[in-house]
Every structure is written in structure tokens, then in C-alpha cells.
Design a protein around this ligand. Structure first.
Ligand code: DX5
Ligand code: ZN
Length: 231
């Protein structure tokens, strides 16, 4: 019903494989993989090589969030590297419909990402090509930022569009949220309509590095909060 997707942006990259094994063993569902290019966003992270390296470490869904421009060139590389879900920002593509098609043709699930100021209408004419809608609740580029409260209104609006589409077609599109998700706000975010939750600093920042129990307790706390949300 709800998916928790720790963002490895806040993991210890010196021991990334172990971090992934541990976070999945602690009950996480997806691995959120943030790709930044120092062009579309003012930071530089990891590429297909790292995705390929972690692929054998886990069976979990690898959720690749592309904060890059242009986006098309790199899509097949991530598909080959073992990505399951690939999302991108409409501002990163000259042809949104074509980029979504390219992701699906590469064998992955496709999604669009909306920055805090990016209007939702970008999804209107491509619903059939969407598997995931991702709303940014911070401006992309860095982990550890504060959740922007206006995102709750935007989530409700996105939920309405997705529900209307599902009622008409029977096809489900996931609604994912990314940025500043914590134990103390996840329930409110779920009530606004999100079903998939990226959490970077909240998960990887929990407890002391090297403590195998540190992810269990934070993921349990996130799920306990989600359990308070009525269907
Ligand atoms: C921000 C990234 C996020 C980030 C979330 O540009 O897309 O995935 O890692 O980190 P937290 O949960 O710390 O806000
Ligand atoms: Zn992300």
C-alpha cells in the first residue's frame, strides 16, 4: 500500500553496498537513486556505473531520479545498468512524450518529476505513458532540506488527477514525494495523497554509522505513522 524509498544520497558512499543491504533488510521497499549533473541542478552525484555496481546487491526496485539536462542520452544507459523506475523533470527534456516512451521502450517504468514551482499540467496529455508521478517537496539538488508545506496542496491536486484517471482507465499511477520527509510529517503527507515516500537524511541520518539497528527503528517509526492514516 505504501512504499518507503530511502535516498542513497545520504548514505555512506564508502560502504554503499552494505548500506543498501542494511536498509532493505530493515524494511525499506525501494532504493531511490539521485542523479545530478551540475547543470540542471547545482550538484554532481552518481551515474550508471554506480547503478550497475549496486544492481547485484539487491532485488529491490531501483528508482532512478534523473536531475539532468538533456535527459534522453542517458536513459538507455540506466536501463542497461539495471534501473527499474526512471523519472525525469519536464524541464530536462525537449520532448516529454518521447522521453517517456524511451524509458518504457528500454524496459523500465516511467515517471515525471515536478519541482515546487513546476505546474502539474505537464502530466495532462501523457497520463497513458506515466507509471509514477513524483512531486518534489524541496528544490532539487541537495539532501537534508526542509519540506515545503505548499506541496501538500499540490499533492491533493495530483491525487485528484490520478484518481480520475484510474477511475476512467483502471490503471494505477504511483504518487511519490521527495524531500524533507520525516517521521513527524509522513502521516500528513500520506493524508494529502502520496503513496511512495523518498526519505534520505531521515533514514540514513538515523543513529550512529555502523549500527545495524539504526535503520530498523526509523523505518518502523515511519511505518507506524503511516499506519495511523485511514485508507
Ligand atoms: C533532492 C533529492 C532527494 C534527496 C532527499 O534533490 O532528489 O531525493 O535525497 O533527501 P532528504 O530526504 O534528506 O530531503
Ligand atoms: Zn530524489
Amino acid at each position: 500500500m505504501y512504499r518507503i524509498a530511502p535516498s542513497i544520497l545520504s548514505a555512506n558512499f564508502a560502504r554503499l553496498g552494505e548500506e543498501i543491504t542494511q536498509v532493505i533488510a530493515s524494511g525499506a521497499d525501494w532504493i531511490h537513486f539521485d542523479v545530478m549533473d551540475n547543470h540542471y541542478v547545482p550538484n554532481l552525484t552518481i551515474g550508471p556505473l554506480v547503478c550497475e555496481a549496486i544492481r547485484p546487491v539487491t532485488q529491490a526496485t531501483i528508482d532512478v531520479h534523473l536531475m539532468v539536462k538533456p535527459v534522453d542520452r542517458i536513459i538507455p544507459d540506466f536501463a542497461r545498468a539495471g534501473a527499474n523506475v526512471i523519472t525525469f523533470h519536464p524541464e530536462g527534456s525537449e520532448h516529454i512524450d518521447r522521453s517517456l516512451g524511451l524509458i518504457r521502450e528500454s524496459g523500465c517504468q516511467a515517471g515525471l518529476v515536478f519541482n515546487p514551482a513546476t505546474p502539474l499540467h505537464y502530466m495532462d496529455h501523457v497520463m497513458d505513458k506515466l507509471d509514477v508521478v513524483l512531486l518534489m517537496s524541496v528544490n532539487p539538488g541537495f539532501g537534508g532540506q526542509k519540506f515545503i508545506p505548499e506541496t501538500l496542496n499540490k499533492l491533493r491536486a495530483a491525487r485528484d488527477r490520478i484518481d480520475a484517471y484510474e477511475a476512467k482507465t483502471g490503471r494505477r499511477i504511483l504518487l511519490e514525494i521527495d524531500g524533507g520527509v520525516k517521521v513527524d510529517n509522513i502521516a500528513e503527507i500520506a493524508r494529502a495523497g502520496a503513496d511512495t515516500f523518498v526519505a534520505g537524511s531521515a533514514v540514513f541520518g538515523a543513529g550512529k554509522d555502523g549500527d545495524p539497528n539504526r535503520y530498523d527503528s526509523v523505518i518502523r517509526a515511519l511505518r507506524a505513522e503511516l499506519a495511523t492514516v485511514g485508507a
